[in-house]
Each structure stands twice: as C-alpha cells, then as structure tokens.
Design a protein around this ligand. Structure first.
Ligand code: HEC
Length: 82
C-alpha cells in the first residue's frame, strides 16, 4: 500500500524510472556495479538507438520478461552522460 501511494505520488515518469531502477537492482546489480557506468558503455547515437540495441542484446544476455527488458533498456539508454 505504501509502495502504491509512493508510485502515484511520484507521477508516471518518475514511477517508471523507479520501477526500472528496481528492476536493475534485482536483475543486473549483482554483476554490474552501477547503472550509470553500464549506461556509458551503450552503443548507439540516440537514446532510441541505444535502447533498441540493448533490448536486442539483453534477449540473449539475461532471461527477462519482455516488458521488464524493454523498461530497463529505455531506462539505461535515457540516463544522462556525464
Ligand atoms: C550473472 C552476471 C550478470 C548479470 C546478472 C547481468 N550481467 Fe550484463 N554482463 C555480464 C558479463 C560477465 C558481461 C561481459 C561479457 C559479456 O558480454 O557477456 C556483461 C556484459 C553486459 C553488457 C555489455 C557491456 C559490457 O559491460 O561489456 C551490457 C550492456 C550488460 N551486460 C547489461 C546487463 C543488464 C541490463 C543486466 C540486467 C538485466 C545484466 N547485464 C545482468 C554479467 C552479468
């Protein structure tokens, strides 16, 4: 319940990001230290291109629900480059 209220309060975009971060923590963080570092390595000129390539890569990299995979790809591709 608290989680639901938090999600609603945070608004749709933030909630999506939080969910993606949570998915990252659950599925990726045990082998990849930080999402930012991983995001920097992604190939592609635009966030859209990066997300597409990552989504494709993840198909064989980790077994994930396609929805979770797409969310993660979008999230990582959208992280700002320092
Ligand atoms: C069991 C450990 C493990 C987990 C969990 C894991 N990875 Fe990886 N990942 C690796 C290893 C090892 C490599 C380097 C070798 C390779 O390409 O397979 C790698 C490579 C990558 C690469 C290529 C860039 C690079 O650093 O070489 C990306 C992008 C990536 N992983 C994303 C993810 C994402 C996103 C998740 C979560 C869905 C994830 N990985 C989960 C072990 C893991």
């Amino acid at each position: 319940m608290v989680k639901l209220l938090t999600l609603i309060g945070a608004g749709l975009i933030l909630a999506g990001q939080a969910a993606a971060q949570e998915a990252y923590d659950r599925h990726c963080a045990k082998c990849h230290a930080s999402a930012d570092r991983l995001a920097r390595k992604l190939e592609g000129a635009t966030p859209k291109e990066k997300a597409a390539k990552l989504d494709q890569f993840l198909e064989s990299h980790r077994k994930l629900d396609p929805d979770v995979r797409a969310k993660l790809a979008e999230f990582l591709a959208g992280l700002p480059r320092p």
